[in-house]
Write a protein of this length. Structure first.
Length: 547
């Protein structure tokens, strides 16, 4: 007999090699709506001297619903900012569990003296038959059984609705071209981009940042990112003609993968809107940069270009039937001392964008109070004034700066701190959620590319995990992270809450979320245990079943 320990744990607990997981909140019966993915882990410790491998066998009438993946350790050299709260698993640099990858033909590694885990996904089809199904997973080593984990899957007779608000994780197609070393707009490029978009859509991302022009995001002043501009621009006798073939291919690809919303790249530079983004075009037979850092945002030349472009582009949106589901940006994350430059830039396009959706990420209430931004995307740690005097539409976001108290998804944070976002969005009726890093594989300011398998912090700039949710796997296919799955669970919680509300009213949902004073949900104060989230979702599911 081998010295081997096995333990079932929830998807919310991160299994470190040097400590036994608690198993908090793990249930013997997992409940799912039809069309929902539910996950758990099999944690195990191998106490033999020699490293070996284990095979896993699934025994279940719903075996085809299950996928088993290895939880791999990744380097976290910068797990937290110097300024942080106490609610991190650890802030010591090291190897942390995050990457989910398919097992090789040899199976799952058994590393002497270490805890490791197998990630188990149960992806319930929308047409699955409701009922209770046994699931057993047996582990063997060289023909000898090591142990088994059993649960019951309960499929409810209810289909999970689609996410009712936009959710965008900023998509960086230039990073994909760089990492895979393919030419932008080659067939290889389009195939890789679609692989990554398809996965985003599968995980409740229903909006895609669309590079009409190369997005002016995280770019050092005077620097530039690889050109991924979808719109062709030609200059003739001082006027502009626009070609939309690549844009139309992008839209068709996104629609094919059930993307509902299109988020147009920012019309002005980041952090204050002082310059134009990089815009390439053909003039006198030469393809060159027409506008960029040297172009004043409010200058006459760029203003005239934007008027012509937006007039043409709106016709294109109407032709494609996506005018009502397309969102525009002025500039990302303007600060209070950049209010004037933001206002000047906005004035350039205000009439052109009249009647269209315009959003921007910001923290300062002044931008809404003075009418500069009517649909703010507010940082979670600056929400209070926006909630007190609420805009008609209010989104939320977090990024590297939201490192204290509020929900976030750094690798060093607990799973429950990430998943609580769904409950927050429901309680405060947020109209969307935005994050800047689905697949940002550059250093800060995009000075050079990084290998995300070796660097998870943009070369020491952001807490590990902040820049991306997915890893660039082999053959142009993304590999997921624990954090990707937890974000999916947060949005699935939100979808289930919305389903219950539509059937039984908002009060019924709130009764499931806050059963006592200790369970009150705010943006900086909220339940921080695994058990709370497991019990909360069970209460929601029980009310749905009662229907």
């Amino acid at each position: 007999m081998y010295q081997f320990t096995l333990k079932k744990v929830t998807s919310l607990e991160k299994v470190f090699p040097d400590r036994e997981p608690t198993g908090e909140g793990m249930e013997d019966c997992l409940t799912a709506m039809r069309g929902e993915n539910v996950s758990f882990q099999i944690a195990y410790r191998w106490m033999e001297r020699m490293k070996k491998s284990a095979k896993a066998e699934v025994i279940s009438p719903v075996k085809s619903y299950l996928t088993l993946r290895k939880v791999e350790l990744v380097p976290c050299e910068y797990p937290a900012h110097l300024k942080h709260d106490e609610d991190y698993i650890t802030t010591v640099p090291g190897l942390y569990p995050d990457l989910l990858t398919a097992p090789g033909p040899w199976g799952f590694g058994l590393v002497s003296g270490q805890w490791r885990s197998i990630w188990v996904d149960i992806d319930v089809p929308k047409d699955a038959k409701a009922g209770r199904y046994p699931v057993e997973i047996r582990l063997t080593c060289e023909g000898s059984e090591l142990g088994s984990a059993s649960i019951v899957l309960e499929i409810m007779d209810a289909v999970m609705p689609k996410l009712h608000v936009p959710h965008t994780e900023w998509f960086h197609s230039d990073c994909l071209a760089q990492y895979y070393q393919v030419d932008v707009f080659s067939e290889e490029y389009w195939n890789i981009v679609e692989n990554f978009i398809a996965l985003a859509a599968k995980r409740h991302c229903n909006m895609i940042l669309t590079p009409v022009f190369t997005p002016p995001l995280d770019t050092g002043i005077g620097g530039e990112r690889l050109t991924v501009q979808l719109v062709d621009v030609e200059v003739t006798d001082g006027s502009y003609q626009f070609g939309y073939d690549k844009f139309e291919r992008w839209v068709e690809m996104c629609r094919r993968n059930e993307i509902e919303y299109f988020e147009i790249s920012h019309l002005f530079s980041q952090w204050g809107a002082v310059s134009a983004p990089k815009i390439m075009g053909t003039e006198n037979g030469e393809y060159h940069k027409l506008f960029g850092w040297e172009t004043k945002a409010s200058g006459e030349a760029y203003a005239e270009f934007l008027h012509e472009f937006l007039a043409s582009f709106k016709e294109e949106l109407r032709k494609l039937g996506i005018e009502k589901t397309t969102y525009f940006h002025i500039s990302d994350e303007p600060s209070k001392d950049q209010f004037e430059t933001y206002q000047v830039a906005k004035a350039v396009v205000e009439k052109d964008l009249e009647g269209l959706e315009v959003i921007d990420a910001l923290s300062d209430y002044t931008f809404f109070e003075k009418g500069a931004v009517k649909q703010p995307v507010c940082a979670l740690d600056h929400m209070e004034p926006f909630i007190e005097n609420r805009p008609e539409k209010l989104w939320g976001y977090y990024c590297t700066a939201q490192c204290k108290d509020v929900s976030n998804r750094f690798i060093a944070m607990s799973g429950q701190r990430e998943r609580i976002l769904g409950a927050m969005m429901y309680k405060f009726k947020l109209d969307g959620f935005l994050h800047w890093g689905y697949n940002f594989y550059n250093s800060e300011y995009s000075l050079y590319p990084i290998d995300p398998y070796r660097c998870t912090d943009s070369s020491g700039a952001f807490p590990s995990g902040d820049p991306f949710l997915v890893y660039p796997g082999k053959d142009g296919h993304p590999e997921e992270s624990i954090r990707m799955m937890l974000m999916d669970e947060a949005m699935a919680d939100l979808c289930a809450m919305k389903y219950l509300e539509e059937k039984h009213g908002r009060d019924a949902v709130m009764e499931c979320l806050e059963t006592n004073e200790e369970e009150k949900i705010g943006f900086s104060e909220y339940p921080r245990s695994i058990s709370y989230l497991i019990n909360m979702r069970r209460r929601v599911n029980e009310r749905i079943k009662d229907l």
